[in-house]
Design a protein around this ligand. Structure first.
Ligand SMILES: [Mg+2]
Length: 178
């Protein structure tokens, strides 16, 4: 293992980094969670990569066009002050899914290769059981956030439960070195 490998915080997008909007396809509907950008900047300064891992079945279903996806994504990155190292999305529409779609770990595997990441010391944060399952499948510690679909979820087996992504990122930052 090379010393240059970085740990990462993998984050779900909808309902985690931004308000949940059913099949969001209009940048005017994008609302980043207040305070998320500042925490992401602190995490990056602490040596973590920040990576969005998002299922976007609206693309595969033809509900969201590629241009709409790009516009929404660009607006979110703008609101997050660009504090995201990379974004991976899976357009797969069930039941025709690949290992890239969460809870599969294909997107995490791609990020690890592309960005020279290490899973040891890394985290997965999301608002759905499928996010926690994805993180666990990759061998990561996980944080369920109580925003989006996470508001009413029963126990998902997450390592930690947090009110929202700012609380989740504060938890990771408060632990010190990865
Ligand atoms: Mg979500």
């Amino acid at each position: 293992m090379s010393a240059r490998l970085r740990p990462a915080v993998f984050l779900d997008r909808d309902g985690t980094l931004m308000d949940e909007v059913d099949y969001c396809r209009d940048p005017r509907d994008v609302r980043a969670i207040p305070g998320a950008a500042a925490r992401l900047a602190r995490l990056r300064a602490a040596g973590y990569a920040t990576v969005i891992i998002t299922n976007q079945s609206g693309l595969g279903r033809g509900i969201i066009s590629p241009a709409q996806y790009e516009a929404v994504q660009a607006e979110l990155l703008r609101q997050l002050d660009g504090q995201i190292d990379a974004t991976y999305f899976a357009p797969d529409a069930p039941p025709d899914v690949t290992p890239r779609r969460k809870p599969g770990t294909g997107m995490i595997d791609e990020a690890v290769r592309d960005l020279d990441l290490r899973l040891d010391g890394s985290w997965f944060i999301g608002d759905k059981a499928i996010d926690i399952a994805c993180g666990r499948n990759a061998g990561l510690r996980t944080i369920l956030v109580r925003t989006g679909y996470g508001a009413d979820l029963a126990d998902t087996g997450a390592t930690v439960v947090a009110g929202d992504v700012t609380e989740a990122l504060d938890w990771i930052l408060g632990r010190g070195a990865a």
